[in-house]
Design a protein around this ligand. Sequence first.
Ligand code: 13P
Ligand code: SF4
Length: 349
Amino acid sequence: QMSDQDLIKRAAYIKSELGDTLFIPGHHYQKDEVIQFADVTGDSLQLARLSASNQTARYIVFCGVHFMAETADILTDDEQTVILPDMRAGCSMADMATKEQTEAAWEKLTDEFGDTIIPLTYVNSSAEIKAFVGRNGGATVTSSNAKAMLEWAFTKKKRILFLPDQHLGRNTAYELGIPLDEMVIWNQLTEEVEGSCKKDKVKMILWKGHCSVHEKFRLEHVNKIRAEEPERKIIVHPECTWDVVNASDDAGSTKYIIDQIKAAPTGTKWAIGTEMNLVNRLMNTHPDQSIRSLNPDMCPCLTMNRIDLPHFVWTLEQIAEGQPVNVITVDEETAQSAKLAIERMFTCV
Ligand code: 13P
Ligand code: SF4
């Protein structure tokens, strides 16, 4: 067993040996121990774009979760190999929509609503769901462009099926002025619509998925801060529930949250509703501001945290030995349809 110091030395050595044939994107939720080796850091949209535009890398070691690595594989050339340091680094939200469930939903919903629905999927979804959406004229969205993508979708059809995060869907539609009572939920387990909206008024059909990390930020946390420290600004990720987002001062993607804090003057007080590694990093990089988590029990994303230094170095060693492991490959047919959905997003925003 190597010590952390040895692992860090090995990673630095292999990285310098491989030069620009190795590319390491790191999501903002990753641990510092792997982020220190990232060539670029970003939110989902930035990392997808940067992977797509990379021309030199033979190996892309993606420090993030499975759907992000799949997206990188879809967007890169055939000779480029995408590697996820730990195959167990999934996303519980992405797992809440399967291909079978989505096809069953589409059949029932198009029976009910005819040709008036366009599907949109949050990038936090499997390649198969993105492919389904691509085949049916829809697009992907990320937390940083969801508003523009909903506006685009409404130029095409009267209503949107939004997968798999009900909260991002609801929060974004509400921001566009759609009242809550014009949104319904599609329950993928009972295969029924939940909600009392009259059929012809329905604008948003929200998949019943959520992020278990962001659901831990609750209205009571917001209320407590408002009562005790009204000057503290509350900023959250739009995967939080509607009541939390609505009661907060601001909401946006991981990049957006970082940008707001970077731009704030010394002494600004924040309560942040997002994943713990990012909150901790912001606390460390902005000691001149008062930063804390909106939920005093820090909320980690357990799957993001599966990418740790030992797994990371192990995958680098395997590349150096010419035997890459944990290769993420999306089959050609799925990749082509998924790419349609992703490219519709890229041309739109
Ligand atoms: P961002 O696109 O904001 O980085 O979000 C990704 C994610 O998984 C949030 O939980
Ligand atoms: Fe998925 Fe939530 Fe983790 Fe983001 S924070 S990767 S949505 S489980």
